[in-house]
Design a protein around this ligand. Structure first.
Ligand SMILES: Cc1cc2nc3c(=O)[nH]c(=O)nc-3n(C[C@H](O)[C@H](O)[C@H](O)COP(=O)(O)OP(=O)(O)OC[C@H]3O[C@@H](n4cnc5c(N)ncnc54)[C@H](O)[C@@H]3O)c2cc1C
Ligand code: SF4
Ligand code: SF4
Length: 664
């Protein structure tokens, strides 16, 4: 645990610079000592305040660096207060550090701090004013000492990352305020370029990402409707697609060591894309005849049209990534063979493709109408196989897969489609919007209902024996456990059953002697920092590591693994880039000390512009995309509501030792 020597964090002040203060403050300040920070962090400055960990620390060179980084990288250049004010502060601090300052400079700095804090247009420069004020108030002696005899910059290294509540929450850490601002200026291609720096499937995620970023948006946290970050991303991606523009992505010379990627789902695609950008020849080996993973064979086309994924995959292949389909690790390929063929590292992005059975009688007895699992059902349909369903379908489960199966059955012509779920609607993991869409399409939802067995006659399904449940005490997940209501059994008429209660990874290609450990949850074990498995040179990410999650999580894992593979091949060690090290630190700050920044100014009123959706009666007859997203005008209005509430997080780091992790 790191002890705070001095801290101003939001409204909370903790001053332990003397032993006496330490005793009094530690208990009372309400600012807990962070648990998960690296040992070599001497101090932190951010929009929320400043924290000092090293007992001897001078904040003057740090505030100088903070203002300098804002000046050179992050000032939006739209208000004179920000441009000129930060420049003046910088010049004054430089003079002071060189021993040429005067006492009157303190007054100048005070005034400049107030002006920036009160009048700068956005939170980036406002935070510099507030932090300078902190330094002048609590470390005045250091300024006087600098005026008297100057100070050296010190032995620490400064690492800075731009941050915003939305950016921190997006697993790919996309510069959201940056791309939203570009949309407001109608600079669609630049907006897309910002997105692609951190994530290679903007058209896909712009449609189906659950958008955790929007839940963290400051506008939402001030009581208004969040900036529609996801749909705005789709506007940028669709602009390029509709106008048949070539993405501004140059081919790079692929002279690095070659890497094999197993699985062409989001994790594999992302690893391949970023390895390509780093100069590695990459071959993706995919078991199925098509690329895209669950985005292609799971998520139905009425939510994620295939041409969007095909185009984004095509862009990646045009950059020089080789895709080989119909080749399965464990069937046509083995890991040792891949190394023998000259690949210097292997990335495993094999996802979760094995349905979890319900464990009820009749499920696996070859009864007509009983399907193996939701993902198998959707895969067969999405790969164009003939799939026969009855007129009265029951689906078991409460996640997106269950909803997707139900809406797909409706489109395949089933007259009655029901979903059986053992908890209540509020515990349902499915996206609430998807649940609403399903209801609109006439799908019935039976909550607090547990299936007990398949009812059949002459080898054909005729119904599902069920029983009512009620909610009991919370289980390990914090959700209230469903418990059976005695004597409540009933029969639900149905001729088709699709179990969709979850999936696990098929890791048959790993044998006990391979050196790749599997967790008790049946996922591939990796070092979470480096994404390396227990076998040197083999990395993994995505659903096969985390368990079934989301596209954006898989993309983030693949990107991180790509950077680690690059370092591993370059210098024999998995060393985090400064940017990733800072991202991890920011995550630790949020975990230990709460949300890093809150916006101060309210957003322009206006609420959200409604999406248009295809008419229900029409949409249940086909697989065409339901949601039409925003028009350019709507996106302009929506983007204008963003508060651009990003800020700089700057860490003073005493050495770089702990950034290096696993060796070859
Ligand atoms: C029905 C459904 C709906 C979903 N809806 C959403 C949604 O709306 N939003 C969202 O964000 N997420 C959604 N998800 C989750 C999301 O699709 C996954 O989290 C994501 O695709 C995981 O990416 P991945 O690359 O880890 O694995 P996958 O996408 O599963 O890709 C793995 C790839 O590896 C291949 N593979 C497996 N084994 C081998 C092998 N031995 N050799 C070669 N290739 C192999 C597979 O064929 C597959 O192509 C949904 C999932 C499902 C099933
Ligand atoms: S207002 Fe804009 S910058 Fe702030 S959290 Fe929301 S989207 Fe991000
Ligand atoms: S990828 Fe998802 S989480 Fe990230 S910015 Fe886009 S919508 Fe938000």
């Amino acid at each position: 645990m790191k002890s705070i020597v001095f801290g101003r964090w939001g409204e909370v002040l903790r001053d332990c610079r003397t032993e006496e203060q330490a005793g009094e403050e530690r208990e009372e300040s309400g600012l807990p000592s962070p648990k998960s920070f690296p040992d070599n962090v001497a101090a932190i400055m951010s929009g929320k305040g400043l924290l000092q960990f090293a007992r001897e620390f001078n904040f003057i060179p740090m505030i100088r660096e903070y203002v300098a980084q804002i000046q050179s990288h992050y000032c939006c250049g739209k208000c004179i207060t920000g441009i000129k004010g930060s420049k003046m502060i910088l010049m004054t601090l430089d003079r002071m550090m060189a021993g040429q300052g005067q006492t009157s400079d303190l007054e100048v700095l005070e005034r400049m701090a107030d002006i920036l804090n009160d009048a700068a247009k956005c939170s980036v420069c406002q935070s510099a004013g507030e932090l300078l004020k902190d330094c002048l108030t609590h470390f005045r002696q250091d300024f006087l000492a600098a005026i008297a005899s100057g100070i050296s910059p010190g032995a620490v290294r400064y690492l800075g990352n731009i941050s915003a509540p939305c950016m921190n929450t997006c697993p790919c850490h996309i510069n959201i305020p940056g791309y939203v601002e570009m949309l407001q200026e109608l600079r669609y291609e630049e907006s897309l370029a910002i997105i692609r720096e951190e994530m290679p499937l903007p058209g896909v995620t712009g449609r189906i990402c659950p958008a955790p970023c929007e839940k963290a948006c400051s506008v939402a946290n001030m009581g208004d409707v969040a900036i529609p970050i996801k749909t705005l991303k789709r506007v940028a991606a669709d602009y390029e697609m509709i106008h048949h523009l070539n993405p501004p992505l140059a081919r790079v010379t692929l002279s690095g060591p070659p890497v094999a990627v197993i699985g062409a789902g989001p994790a594999g695609i992302s690893a391949a894309f970023y390895l390509n950008r780093l100069g590695h020849p990459v071959t993706i080996f995919e078991a199925l005849p098509q690329s895209g993973g669950m985005v292609e064979v799971g998520i139905p086309p009425y939510r994620q049209p295939r041409e969007v994924l095909d185009r984004e995959m095509g862009i990646i292949c045009d950059l020089g990534v080789t895709l080989k389909t119909g080749l399965k690790l464990g069937r046509e390929l083995t890991i040792p063979e891949l190394f023998d063929r000259g690949f210097k590292a292997v990335f495993l992005g094999v996802g979760s493709h094995k349905s979890i059975p319900l464990g009820i009688p009749g499920e696996d007895e070859g009864i007509k109408g009983v399907f193996l699992g939701g993902i198998d059902f959707l895969r067969d349909i999405n790969l164009g196989s003939e799939v026969e369903i009855g007129d009265n379908v029951v689906i078991v489960g409460g996640g997106n897969t269950a909803i997707d199966c139900a809406r797909t059955c409706r489109r395949l012509g089933a007259g009655q489609v029901s979903i059986v779920y053992r908890r209540t609607e509020s515990e349902m993991p499915a996206d609430p919007e998807e649940v609403d869409d399903a209801r609109e399409e006439g799908i019935q939802l039976h909550f607090l209902t547990q299936p007990l067995g398949v009812l059949s006659e002459d080898g054909k399904m005729v119904g599902l024996k069920c029983m009512r449940m009620e909610l009991g005490e919370p289980d390990w997940s914090g959700r209230r456990r469903p418990v059976p209501v005695e004597g409540s059994e009933f029969d639900l008429e149905a001729d088709t059953l699709i179990p969709a209660i979850g999936q696990t990874s098929n890791l048959d290609f790993i044998s006990p002697g391979d050196g790749i450990d599997i967790t008790r949850r049946g996922t591939i074990k990796v070092d979470p920092t480096t994404m390396m498995t227990t076998l040197a040179g083999v990395f993994a990410a995505g659903d096969a590591v985390s368990g079934p999650l989301t596209v954006v999580h898989a993309l983030a894992g693949g990107k991180r693994a790509a950077k680690m593979i690059n370092k591993y091949l370059e210098c024999g060690e998995c060393i985090l880039t400064d940017q990733d090290w800072m991202s991890d630190l920011i995550a630790s700050i949020e975990k230990d000390l709460g949300v890093l920044v809150t916006a101060r100014t309210p957003s322009r009123e206006g609420g959200t512009v409604a999406h248009t959706k295809r008419d229900v009666q029409e949409r249940i007859t086909n697989f065409l995309e339901v949601d039409s997203g925003f028009t350019q005008r709507s996106s302009f209005l929506e983007a204008g509501r963003c508060l651009r509430c990003f800020h700089l997080v700057l860490a003073a780091v005493e050495d770089t030792g702990s950034r290096s992790t696993v060796g070859r």
